[in-house]
Each structure stands twice: as C-alpha cells, then as structure tokens.
Design a protein around this ligand. Structure first.
Ligand SMILES: [Zn+2]
Length: 136
C-alpha cells in the first residue's frame, strides 16, 4: 500500500472539486473530505487494482517508463478516480479506481458495464507489456 499523507489527499480532493466547475455533475453530491479519505484508505487497504482491467497499481508503476514514447507525467502511474456514472458526482457510491488507459478510453461514452468487456482487452495489453519487460 503506497503511503499517502493528509496533504496529498487534500490536494487530490480539492483538484477534483475544482475540475467540476465547468461541467457540474447533474446527479448526486460531492463527497465530504472525510468520506473521500475513508474511501481512499479502504481502496488502498488491499492491493489497488483498476476496476475495469484489473491491473494492479504496482505493475503500472514498474512498466510505466518502458512504454514506448509515452509523454505522460509521472503522476499517471497512479490509478485514477473514475465515475461509474459520468454524469454523477464524486462520492463513494459512484467512484472506482481505474488505470489511465481505461479511464481515458471509457470517457463518458461507455457505461461502466459496457466498458468491463473492453477492460478485458486492455488487460491483455498490460500483460503483453509486462511480459516483455519481465515484470510479472
Ligand atoms: Zn484499466
């Protein structure tokens, strides 16, 4: 479990809140910091994995720099917060952890259930890269 301090959590929390200003969600309410903290701690009390493809965060961290030509910033090795209902708000009922591949591809086009099928294919991509880099 990666250690995460209160300051980082608060920054993550307020950046999410800020990001909603242009397009406020039409359903649900934004979680309180306490709710967010509890959810986050719970997610990381076990091995954190992408909800869609199942890749563990630890594997993404290991192979990240080997992905050819990626220009993604280092923060992208972390799993991201994805809303199951993209028009719903950020709260414990609506948020899952997702890798950047799944989160970007899902966008607000696919439903969470539809995307689980695509996640299986993305998993194959991760496994291919992992085996090429002898991570697993
Ligand atoms: Zn994924």
């Amino acid at each position: 479990m990666p250690e995460i301090d209160e300051k980082t959590l608060k920054s993550l929390y307020s950046r999410k809140k800020q990001s909603l200003k242009k397009h406020p969600p039409i359903r649900g309410s934004f979680w309180s910091f306490e709710e967010f903290k509890e959810w986050y701690t719970q997610q990381y009390s076990k091995e954190a994995k992408c909800y869609y493809c199942g890749i563990p965060e630890s594997i993404i961290e290991k192979i990240y720099w080997d992905i050819k030509g990626t220009k993604r910033p280092r923060t992208r090795t972390r799993l991201e917060l994805d809303r199951l209902d993209p028009f719903g708000n950020y709260n414990a009922k609506n948020v899952v952890l997702a890798c950047f591949n799944c989160n970007n591809s899902k966008s607000d086009i696919f439903s969470a259930e539809e995307f689980k099928a695509i996640g299986k294919e993305i998993r194959l991509f991760w496994e291919k890269i992992s085996s090429e880099h002898e991570v697993v």
